[in-house]
Design a binder for this molecule. Structure first.
Ligand code: PMH
Length: 387
């Protein structure tokens, strides 16, 4: 049946960890600072609707996504909380956003003018995006800002409810550029306040900024990576400001175990030749699931011990070298804990020469997400005694 899990390869998402991480950030934020849960890209691969619901239940008051499609999925799941789209949405889709009470960013006068071509049943909620140094999207100059505000005042289709910016280096040890962005922000905000007198919400901080400067986050933070239990960088991790719990773990099971002889080879291209007689296990996950071929040589956990991936990773399967004969069906953990051993997201990211953000996003929809909540998964098994 469609939707059934016939292959035992799965991502486990610990929703209790999401709640824990939100509780942790709330403890260091001023009481009046709100949390916008960033759930774009399928909640960084964690499963957007389940994470969004848990985040709202745990104290987040709004959601942020990258694209209108994501916002629509949240609305279709009966989520009524405020939703902000962070990225560009073509003006012709603004009436749809307005109909579903989805807030869009504004940063081009032309885009606002184009709205006049369309019929709006409801006014569109908007937040001005300021580019204070990220160089991606946003208003950069005071002139642009003043012109945009004039257009906002003239435009009956929209309602301005917020203004925001994004940091390029908030996770780095060196804070000179962060401070330059803050300075630029203060300049633009002061111009904004001179030309626009109604009250709007101001939000500037990602996880790194909110962990490091919780007192200066204005009205809300946009909390992404650390809601998932990961630190935005090693520098921020070393500062040890809160104790985060990773929500994501990746598992499979041995489907075949065999002994090979010295000189036998494993997988495409025969890149691995056994140096002695050894036990090899086959695991049903591969690059077709997002487990990159570059992870050849990386360890996985079996029976609480590290075992290396040997030979090329195939599209749907990979092989590991076992340290003894191990029974078929034994759990294999590719990211997460077994006993006293752990393979962290950061270790996989380092191996791939990327950042922890990218790894859960890589694991695609072929791998089902199984949710753990209130200490139990859907099968009623007790999980994570730490929580
Ligand atoms: N706000 C905006 C505008 C973002 O783009 C992101 C993350 C966040 C908040 C949350 O940041 P955090 O996960 O560090 O807390 N955006 C991205 C990105 O575009 N590439 O990597 C992270």
């Amino acid at each position: 049946m469609v939707g059934e899990m016939y292959r035992e390869t799965w991502v486990e998402i610990n929703l209790d960890a999401i709640k824990h991480n939100i509780t942790q950030i709330k403890e260091i934020l001023p009481q009046e600072t709100n949390i916008i849960a960033v759930v774009k890209a399928n909640a960084y691969g964690h499963g957007m609707v389940s994470v969004a619901k848990k985040a709202l239940e745990s104290g987040a008051t709004a959601l942020a996504v990258a694209i209108l499609e994501e916002a629509m999925i949240l609305r279709e799941a009966s989520i009524n909380a405020p939703i902000l789209v962070l990225g560009y949405v073509p003006a012709k889709h603004a009436p749809l956003a307005a109909r579903h009470n989805i807030t869009l960013p504004i940063f081009q006068k032309k885009w606002l003018e184009e709205l006049n071509q369309y019929q709006f049943e409801h006014p569109l909620n908007t937040h001005i995006k300021l580019d204070t140094g990220m160089g991606r999207i946003g208003i950069r100059s005071t002139d642009e800002l003043i012109n945009l505000i004039k257009e906002i005042d003239n435009n009956k289709n929209i309602q301005l409810t917020g203004i925001f910016t994004h940091f390029a280096t908030a996770d780095e040890k060196e804070l000179v550029f962060y401070e330059e962005q803050i300075k630029r922000l203060e300049e633009l905000l002061s111009i904004f306040k001179q030309h626009y007198t109604k009250d709007v919400t101001v939000h500037i901080g990602n996880s790194a900024a909110s962990l490091r400067f919780p007192e200066s986050m204005h009205n809300s933070i946009r909390f992404g990576i650390s809601m998932y239990g990961l630190y935005p960088s090693n520098d921020v991790r070393a500062e040890n400001r809160v104790e985060l719990l990773p929500a994501f773990s990746l598992h499979s099971r041995l489907v075949h175990v065999k002994k090979i002889a010295k000189g036998d080879s494993i997988s495409y291209g025969r890149t691995y030749i056994a140096e002695k007689d050894e036990w090899i296990g086959t695991v049903p996950i591969g690059y077709g699931d997002g487990w990159s071929r570059h992870l050849q040589g990386m360890s996985v956990l079996v029976n609480g011990r590290r075992m290396p991936i040997v030979g090329r990773i195939c599209m749907d399967q990979l092989m590991i070298r076992l340290d003894e004969e191990i029974v078929i069906g034994t759990k294999v953990t590719l990211i997460g804990e077994q006993g006293n051993e752990i393979i962290e997201m950061d270790e996989v990211a380092d191996y791939l020469d990327t950042i922890n953000y990218e790894v859960p996003c890589m694991i695609n929809e072929r791998v089902p997400r199984i949710y753990v909540e209130n200490g139990k998964n859907s099968r009623g098994e007790i999980k994570n005694p730490k929580l």
